[in-house]
Design a protein around this ligand. Structure first.
Ligand SMILES: [Zn+2]
Length: 389
């Protein structure tokens, strides 16, 4: 199935990355040792400029794009083939300023540690070093674009500069691989919403029947909506908030209910939402819906499946054995996948304990991950995704 060039590039890039591992790890150490919490524009932009300089040194053409969360790096490498592929990452972390001073980058015999080493400065290193090494070979792609955004951890919607990726054949997201190496080929989508109820206040003792009880209407709706939990396989729907009432002796005139809905597919998401909004009659209490957004499902389409299977096969070629899995959390890969761009996630170094002081990556996984990503780029150039249409 895999083309000869894909296998050859995977091996070549893996071998070169292993030979130059100190260079890659020096980059990771430099980036981990500067804190870049979401919202700290000065720190984020400083690191984006460093990443731009490094990508230029590695043969890419960097562009820094202003976005509300800070500068986004889009660094391009042009090749001799036809594939258009993006390597997607982020350089913000969840750790406040001062964290790196307390526990800077360090490595022991097997692992590297430090704030953001897995989520996901290690992944940005895999992206940039894969590009650096692909630049030294036959360049089996038309465009390879390394992207690092400044606000993945803190943003509600998709990446503001993500529109530039719409004409890509595939997007590889470099969040770290799961602890046993698995890549991520599916993520649930979520929708958060509120139901607002508007009734009429009245004195609860003097004129109760003049009132229209918003609390009771919401309570009935909460029970009905809660029944949708599990109505389809793996569909979860939890009522996460319920509030109404102005005083002990007043018929409640208003209130609201909050809910968290999650599914594997857009079809299930739409279905459940439609069911949730089939309000009952509540004798003069009006209900309205407020959409609070949420990430779309990252579905395992035939294109995604082809990428996952090719990645696993390439891993096997390199003696780096792993499988694929579904993940609960969201990444920027969710947004590109929802746009219909074949996307594969978890291609960064193997690691775990994200968002904790114990966050780590396996040092020996950097080079084979570079090889897998390089092989995937070459496989797409050789027509991997044409078979699935
Ligand atoms: Zn991340």
């Amino acid at each position: 199935m895999l083309s000869a060039i894909a296998r050859a590039e995977a091996v070549r890039v893996r071998d070169c990355a292993a030979a130059d591992l100190d260079l890659l790890l020096a980059d990771v150490a430099t980036w981990v040792d500067v804190d870049t919490p979401g919202g700290e524009h000065e720190a984020l932009d400083a690191l984006a400029r460093v990443l731009a300089l490094v990508s230029k040194r590695y043969g890419l053409e960097p562009e820094l794009i202003e976005t509300p969360g800070g500068l986004a790096l889009h660094a391009t490498l042009r090749g001799a083939g036809r594939a258009r592929v993006a390597l997607l990452g982020h350089h913000d972390t969840v750790f406040p300023l001062g964290t790196a001073a307390e526990r800077p980058f360090r490595r022991d015999a097997e692992r590297c540690y430090g704030p953001g080493v897995a989520d996901m400065k290690g992944g940005v290193a895999v992206a940039l070093h894969t590009a650096r090494l692909l630049a030294e070979g036959p360049r089996p792609f038309a465009v390879l674009e390394v992207v690092s955004v400044p606000d993945e951890e803190s943003r509600d919607g998709g990446p503001p500069s993500g529109g530039r990726l719409l004409d890509m054949d595939a997007v590889f997201c470099l969040e770290c691989g799961r602890p046993n190496g698995e890549v991520v080929s599916r993520r649930k989508g979520a929708r958060w919403f509120r139901i607002h109820a508007k009734g009429r206040a009245a004195h609860a003792g003097e004129a109760p029947d003049d009132g229209r009880n918003a609390a009771l209407a919401l309570a009935r709706e909460a029970l009905r909506i809660g029944e949708l939990h599990g109505a389809r396989p793996d569909l979860t729907l939890q009522v996460t908030g319920l509030a109404a009432g102005e005083s002990l002796n007043t018929v409640p005139s208003s209130g609201s209910l909050a809910a968290d809905l999650r599914t594997w597919s857009e079809a299930d998401l739409e279905w459940a939402l439609e069911q949730a909004l089939r309000f009952g009659e509540h004798d003069g209490v009006e209900l309205s819906y407020e959409d609070l957004g949420g990430p779309p499902p990252f579905e395992r389409t035939p294109g995604v499946a082809a990428l996952a299977e090719a990645a696993i096969e390439l891993g096997g070629e390199l003696g780096h054995v792993f499988g694929e899995t579904a993940a609960g959390g969201v990444s920027d890969g969710s947004w590109t996948a929802a746009k219909g761009i074949p996307t594969l996630d978890g291609l960064g170094p193997v690691g775990g304990e994200d968002h904790t002081p114990w966050e780590y990556v396996e040092t020996a996984s950097f080079a084979p991950r570079c090889g897998v990503v390089a092989g995937l780029v070459a496989a797409i150039d050789a027509g991997l995704l044409e078979e699935v249409g």
